[in-house]
Design a protein around this ligand. Sequence first.
Ligand SMILES: [Mg+2]
Length: 198
Amino acid sequence: MVGTFTRILAGFSLGFRHRIALRRLFDTTPPETTILTLDPEVLRSSGIQALALDFDGVLAGHGFPAPLPEAVAWMKRCEAVFGGDKVFILSNKPTEGRKSWFAEQFPDLRFISGVRKKPYPDGLDKTAELAGVPVSSILMVDDRLLTGCLAALLAGARPCYIRNPYASFQHRPVAELFFRLLRMGERLFVRVITLNLS
Ligand SMILES: [Mg+2]
């Protein structure tokens, strides 16, 4: 609990330091952006060599044990383009249920664990090490500006902001409401601290 609180505070203070890059990322990301708007071939030809994927909001709504079917299909395309050993899950919630689902469906994919959670850049450094690619060639795909996207900026990786995340209010109404408010809050924060720039 204390760790979570410290991490959220770190998100705001590190986010303030990187406010210009966060604002630029927000302004240049189309509102409809989901993983399905990302073409793995296009990413590959733009120099991306490995993917670090957040789970909640990016591959399914909060708390699901497995990605949505359309996310699975997209990940299969990524696996074909990048190689399964270049696709990673970098989630602050790497549950056992998720790990065993991926072990079945994507045996080469790895979960990043044993590192400080996002927004700290440690998970992306570890991704680079395991993938054997420069950190600058890793795309961090995340629906949160002040966790995953910020971690990417801190590590020198490329952030991809999922502005239109998956959510299932039917499945987890309280968690989804909480995260919707959190996403709105961080967007507002980034806007307010960059008001003098716009
Ligand atoms: Mg997320």
